[in-house]
Write a protein that binds this ligand. Sequence first.
Ligand SMILES: [Zn+2]
Ligand SMILES: [Zn+2]
Length: 181
Amino acid sequence: MEWIKYDRDNSLCALAREHGIAPGTVDSRIKNWGWDLERALTTPPRQCNRIVGGFKICTGCGEKKPILEYDNKRSQCKPCIKKYNKELGQEKKILVLTHYSGSPPRCALCGEDNISVLCIDHIEGGGTKDRKKKGKIGSLAFHYAVIKAGYPSNLRVLCRNCNWLEWIRVKDEKEGEKDEV
Ligand SMILES: [Zn+2]
Ligand SMILES: [Zn+2]
């Protein structure tokens, strides 16, 4: 596309201004973000992108807050990002739990259905090893990884209690094997 090379071209800047886009944004939207021309021209700028006197408006809560309350160039303030991640985490967790245990999710061993005590268990252990391989990751990243891996078959839903009891059972079994050798 010829006009990706555009640099502060007057006619394009006029076009951008007409669509409420700051000069210089159109090419960066295409070059950096891979948007098509239509989208680059018709999407209005986010209010928060304008920093006025050290303040910007959060696109989450709509409040005007000092830029110190934002991480890097995020458009939402830190509390909004935190809330968003928490909701997203809960959503992904339910998605993964439901895949393995049906709806509503429940423990494969005792039937406990309180979401806050349910977790993903590696059948016959291997969870710690798996986590070591992947490095220390949070719950959101873990659930994302499960979805991305296409829901591996060595996982199931357990409650914290059963998860702990299983861990002890598998550990005892492995130690038993060692003794037999
Ligand atoms: Zn906010
Ligand atoms: Zn259980």
